[in-house]
Design a protein around this ligand. Structure first.
Ligand code: 26V
Length: 798
């Protein structure tokens, strides 16, 4: 946005005062931080509305194709500062709010995170929404307006305790309720034949009501809508029953509706097959498709023209009922032939796969599907038999319905024209291991779109110190064209620039250290290596490997207190699914080890462990800019892509990592010499698992690992309950599916290389600069351009 179009701080100050008075109904003298945050949000929001309307109007007028991104999760985080940044208003707003005697950070941090997601998949959806707006790709995100987002995490005696999240307890200034945009969603009931045609009579209905959030792109040139659906009862209560005194039964319709959009499922580990989850998925999908059809038909287009104007992207299989639902709409409601409807559906749909973990792949019992969605079950059978008929040469076991289960991956694959993986390696593994037969039947359908992250939030907003240095050095423009960071490369050899770069990093580290001190009561040294692993707690992500190596370091310090040891702070952050016992044990172990190490006088502050509870988007924004070392240490072949890995490297952290997910491509981009690689490859992992003795053998080959496991088993970290980790240790010796033991020595060696490298200040700085300079590829703008060209066949409106 041109500076000349920007308001003065004085103007914004007036606008804030206006909202304090007329929207919040407060005398400025008595306004709370909450009031100021609301007033500021509303003042910024007022400036989003005009570009938002303009974009919507142009999409209609220019008859543009729209992209619909269907996702059960949007992990947005805070919106105020993001909107301010994209409108070019951050400095102005800051001046305005400080002119009113308020502290900017306090006001910004008053906003609760919109935590409508579990982790990577949900955050990716949020980054993609922002990039679509930045690129002027007309589109909508469709999701669920969960009343309670991802649970809040506390630690009690080192154990994770979950409490409900409550972001909607306060007014949400970024949403607009749209009571006029509401659709009826049916469940259960039965299918009748009327005039020779199937007709679904649902047994239950709820209303899906829309809430719209504007998503503003960089420089405010375009804005899209994130439309979240909230469930409302179709009838408030059953008056007849109420009058009979049966109050509980009278409230049943309301209860069903309220439950539907009440809470986000917090388990991204194991597929559970719960009826409510299936209902949520259909609720989102059906509301979205009804809205899409209404818009399409209101534009005067024909049904046959759907693929010309509508691209629907399914974020994993969670909305994969979209295939059968669209076919149902076309066949049952618009009298189309089944095969024509299927053809049109395929041309509209795309499916992104985000996981290969067999336990996370959705499969619904045909009984449940047939009960909750009886007509869809018939259509699924029909798609399946059409596919069998059309591809008679397929292997007999290929299909959607198998062993009385509906496999949602196969369903999504068969009803889509493109299926994509999220990193080069992941896409290869989809072809090779997940869908080899379908890939052979449909060559070219599987493509890769390596994930990306938005540089506006993850560099410009989260890291002002580094952003300003970059702007002072190469100017602006990189925010919307991240490849421009390449022009920083020559500065890697400029000692002055390197110092400034490390100065920005140190500034962030000091800031983080202050926060750690205030919030955790732990004192840390800003000159130590800040070594950070933040992500969901999962066995495959191997936080266990990290904490075992930390124990080995601690042991080494105690054995030889005089040895030269590079001071380190090990940061952990992340939540475990509430029912995931092993992950919770790992959390507890980290906290137990932290208590011992942090209070050990021998260590003398050279090693600290910090695990702040309730890791979320806002905490990521605080930690990532302050990282020296990024831990990306999953068992090769398991992490589909990772996106945290990208955020760290962009912010000048070096990666210690395996050849997994997008690590492979990050290493290619930044250069092998600027990346600490270790561990087995995906192929070696498969090979190694064939040896039933792999765990035992690996442990016997590593004295440090034996010592570490021995200490844990003896209760050194849990003296009040020595047997606390016996299962964990037993599993290490006898199973170790994720090959922690087999990669342990390689990891330790790589960590020693990190120590050596960090001691060379100039050398480290050079590597860090080159990481930032070479991360342009991982902008979500690049990713979205890939989707637009290869999946959605749509063009920018800008
Ligand atoms: C699965 C399930 C199963 C049913 C119940 C709820 C639920 C919620 C989420 C999931 C899928 C988890 C898959 C996921 O988050 N994958 C991550 O996607 C990121 C974005 O592509 C990628 O960077 C990560 O590597 C990948 O783990």
């Amino acid at each position: 946005m041109k500076d000349t179009q920007l308001p003065s701080a004085e103007t914004v100050r007036e606008e804030i005062l206006h909202h304090i008075t007329f929207s919040m109904g407060k005398d400025p003298d008595h306004a709370s931080v909450y009031d100021w945050r609301m007033a500021l949000s509303l003042a910024i929001r007022d400036r989003v509305v005009a570009p938002w309307f303009a974009a919507t109007r142009r999409t209609w007028e220019e008859k543009r194709k729209r992209v619909y991104y269907l996702s059960m999760e949007f992990l947005i985080g805070r919106m105020l500062e993001d909107a301010a940044i994209n409108l070019g208003l951050r400095a102005i707003c800051r001046e305005a709010i400080e002119g009113l005697g308020q502290d900017w950070e306090t006001v910004v941090e008053n906003e609760p995170d919109a935590a409508l997601g579990n982790g990577g998949l949900g955050r990716l959806a949020a980054c993609y929404m922002e990039s679509m707006a930045t690129l002027g790709c007309p589109g909508y995100g469709y999701g669920i307006r969960y009343e309670h987002g991802l649970f809040k995490q506390r630690f009690e005696g080192g154990r994770q305790v979950e409490t409900p999240e409550d972001w909607l307890k306060q007014r949400h200034p970024w949403e607009f309720e749209r009571p006029e945009a509401a659709y009826e969603i049916g469940f259960k009931g039965h299918v009748e034949t009327l005039d020779g045609k199937p007709h679904w009579i649902p047994g239950e209905t709820v209303l899906a009501e829309a809430y719209d959030m504007p998503i503003i792109g960089w420089e405010g040139k375009w804005a899209n809508t994130l439309r979240l659906w909230s469930a409302k009862p179709t009838e408030l209560f059953d008056l007849a029953r109420f009058n009979h005194g049966d109050y509980a039964a009278a409230a049943e319709p309301e209860a069903l509706a309220r439950t539907l959009s009440r809470v986000l499922y917090p388990d991204d580990t194991t597929y559970a097959g719960k009826e409510l989850r299936l209902k949520q998925e259909y609720f989102l999908t059906s509301a979205a498709l009804q809205d899409i059809m209404r818009r399409h038909l209101a534009s005067g287009y024909t049904l046959e023209e759907l693929p010309d104007y509508v691209a629907i992207q399914m974020n994993d299989t969670h909305p994969a009922i979209a295939g059968p639902e669209l076919i149902r709409i076309l066949v049952d409601l618009h009298d189309m032939e089944f095969e024509t409807a299927l053809e049109i559906t395929m041309q509209c749909l795309g499916y992104t796969n985000h996981t290969l973990l067999p336990e996370a792949l959705e499969r619904w019992a045909t009984y449940l599907m047939g009960t909750v969605l009886p007509r869809h079950m018939q259509i699924i059978e029909k798609i399946d038999s059409w596919h069998r008929r059309t591809y008679p040469k397929r292997a007999h076991f290929v299909g959607i319905v198998k062993h009385q289960e509906v496999r949602m991956g196969e369903l999504a694959f068969i009803t889509s024209h493109k299926v994509n993986g999220v990193s080069a390696l992941h896409t290869e593994l989809i072809k090779r291991n997940l869908f080899p037969e379908l890939d052979a039947l449909h060559p070219g359908r599987i493509i890769n779109q390596t994930n990306g992250i938005t540089p506006r939030r993850w560099l410009r907003m989260a890291n002002p110190a580094l952003s300003h240095l970059i702007i002072d050095t190469i100017g602006e423009g990189w925010e919307a064209d991240l490849d421009k960071l390449r022009t920083l490369e020559p500065y890697a050899d400029d000692a002055g620039f390197r110092e400034a770069f490390m100065g920005a990093k140190r500034h962030n580290k000091v800031h983080l250290a202050e926060w750690v001190h205030e919030s955790q009561g732990i004192t840390i040294d800003p000159d130590a290596i800040f070594d950070i692993q933040v992500k969901r707690i999962h066995e495959y992500k191997r936080q266990l490997l990290n904490i075992l190596q930390t124990i080995a370091d601690w042991h080494a310090i105690r054995e030889n207190p005089q040895a030269d040891f590079q001071p380190r702070v090990k940061f952990f952050g992340g939540k475990a699914a509430p029912g995931y016992h092993t992950a919770k044990q790992i959390i507890r172990l980290i906290n137990d080890v932290a208590r011992v190490v942090n209070n050990d006088p021998y260590v003398d502050g050279r090693l600290k462990i910090v695990y702040p509870p309730n890791y979320n988007v806002s905490m990521a924004e605080r930690l990532i800019p302050a990282a020296d070392l990024s831990e990306q240490i999953s068992t090769a072949g398991k992490e589909a892509s990772g996106t945290g890995n990208m955020k760290f490297a962009l912010n000048g952290a070096l990666t210690i990592g395996t050849l997994d997910g997008a690590n492979v491509e990050i290493r290619e981009q930044v250069g092998a010499e600027n990346f600490f690689l270790f561990g087995m490859t995906a192929d070696e992992v498969m090979e190694r698992r064939r040896d039933p003795e792999h765990a035992r053998n690996a442990i016997l080959e590593s004295q440090p690992l034996q010592d570490v496991l021995q200490m844990i088993a003896e209760g050194r970290f849990s003296p009040e309950e020595p047997e606390r980790y016996h299962d964990l240790v037993h599993n290490m010796w006898h199973s170790d599916y994720f090959l922690v033991a087999s990669d342990f020595e390689a990891y330790r060696t790589a960590q020693k290389e990190v120590d050596t490298a960090f001691a060379d200040r100039a050398g480290w700085a050079k590597m860090a600069v080159l990481n930032t300079a070479r991360m342009g590829f991982f902008s979500s703008d690049r990713a979205i351009k890939g989707y637009m060209d290869e999946i959605w066949t749509t063009r920018s409106a800008l």
